[in-house]
Design a protein around this ligand. Structure first.
Ligand SMILES: [Zn+2]
Length: 240
């Protein structure tokens, strides 16, 4: 009996040791090796500044924060111009791309596979209209700025067409927080307009009712199609 218990304890220890070694190797590779290999694939880590930051450490830990150098330049410019207009407010990024291999998709996104794509958070404000850096979703996805009764409801159209996945990110919030903040029309409009102003940027995806509500006129602002997911919880943009 005692020997059995001892053996069990030992195998548990061995398992823990293996997990420990894996974690150390993973962290070592993620932070000390991958950044030096990514340029071979034409990508680099997003250069963070005080006003350009990831929504959570997860995106960096999972190596989902790689882009082409042209996109890195563009997002750096957008973030600093945005902060100049809206003092202290950050551009917060979500999923970008993996560091290697074109066409290897970053799930659940279909197209984030070439270093040219990035998602950023919408901008929010407090009840009395002050812009804030707080966001309503813990993951960064899935808390929608729903259409009003009078606005066009793309999500229900896609659902009727049988695209069940369109609404799926509502399961990916990992919980909601900051329930007292609201969508900022002015902040999100400023951000979207700065994004499309960049020469490097080819397209911006946002839900049609938000496009109308924010009066976004630039031809780069497009509808992503029912085969994608809803874009009233984040903005997607990409290089030409
Ligand atoms: Zn995207």
């Amino acid at each position: 009996m005692i020997t059995i218990l001892l053996i069990k304890k030992q195998t548990k220890k061995k398992k823990l040791k293996r997990i420990g070694i894996f974690v150390i190797l993973y962290l070592f590779a993620t932070f000390l090796i991958v950044p030096y290999l990514a340029p071979i694939f034409g990508r680099e880590k997003i250069k963070e500044t005080e006003f350009l930051q990831s929504h959570s450490f997860f995106y960096k830990l999972a190596n989902r924060n790689y882009v082409r150098p042209e996109l890195n330049n563009a997002i750096g410019k957008i973030a600093s111009e945005f902060e100049m207009k809206n003092s202290g407010i950050k551009m917060v990024y979500l999923d970008a791309n993996f560091p290697f291999i074109d066409k290897f998709p970053l799930l659940p996104h279909l197209s984030h596979n070439d270093g040219k794509k990035i998602d950023v958070s919408l901008i929010y404000e407090t009840q009395n209209g002050q812009l804030t850096n707080k966001k309503p979703s813990n993951s960064g996805y899935g808390v929608y700025e729903n259409p009003t009764e009078k606005e066009f409801n793309q999500a229900s159209v896609c659902k009727i067409n049988g695209n069940w996945q369109y609404d799926f990110p509502k399961y990916l919030t990992l919980g909601k927080s900051n329930k007292n903040i609201v969508f900022s029309k002015k902040g999100t409009r400023d951000l979207a307009n700065l994004i499309v102003k960049q020469n490097e940027v080819g397209k911006l995806f946002i839900e049609p009712h938000i496009k109308t509500r924010l009066n976004l006129k630039n031809g780069k602002v497009r509808f992503h199609g029912c085969q994608a997911v809803r874009h009233d919880d984040h903005i997607h943009f990409q290089l030409k």
